[in-house]
Design a protein around this ligand. Sequence first.
Ligand code: ATP
Length: 238
Amino acid sequence: MLRIRDLTVSYSVVPVLHSINLEVPEGKIVTLLGANGAGKSTTLKAISGLIKPVSGTIEFLGDAISGRRPDEIVKMGLAHVPEGRLVFPGLTVIENLKIGSYARRLSPSALKSNLEKAYQLFPRLAERKSQLAGTMSGGEQQMLAIARAMMSEPKLLMLDEPSLGLAPVIIDAIMDKIREINELGTTILLIEQNAELALAVSHIAYVLSVGEVVLSGDRDTVAKDRNMLEAYLGGGKQ
Ligand code: ATP
């Protein structure tokens, strides 16, 4: 579904990603692991058109997407939930959700049906339609950010550290939702620093270190490589 070849990205002149290769097959959950500053968020930003790569190719469903505008990429079926959720704090839940479908220019009936799907997936949001997003808990804001991305009917959903700053019980609930979204047919590219958590839900994993892919494979192969994981991710979280 997504194929990245020799992707190099720099901020000003400093290279941050060095010729990385990555593939996301349709129907799978693929995790991109890596320590702080490894380049995970930069990879997602390059895919969704927020940063222009220096070189390399990014293909989504067979079309080259590097250089396209972010809204065009959303329209093609690729949605990005950024690190820190970035919900609109002064807007209500329903207003945030409607913004998620904006790039698709949906008909009123499609919009209504997507809102219903979002509320089915996250009943908590249905109870809080009129609440300002900025007054919701961290976990609820994460649910809203994911639901907002789903409003654009993505074929590929990219999630940047959805567990960040959340309590373990909330993280488990979010991970269950990620699995459910995948089982309902959406392919997922997930960023995580917590390897154990991510490997538990993923089919395939890549480990990024200082802008390079240093380990990749199916979940069990990567999980077994404890030495590599510890060397590249540091102790503690895996
Ligand atoms: P984290 O888990 O801490 O979010 P990450 O793996 O997502 O880390 P990135 O955010 O992609 O890492 O950052 C990779 C490198 O690029 C870091 O060295 C970071 O300081 C640098 N970087 C990120 N954004 C910018 C920017 N806007 N301008 C300059 N350098 C940046």
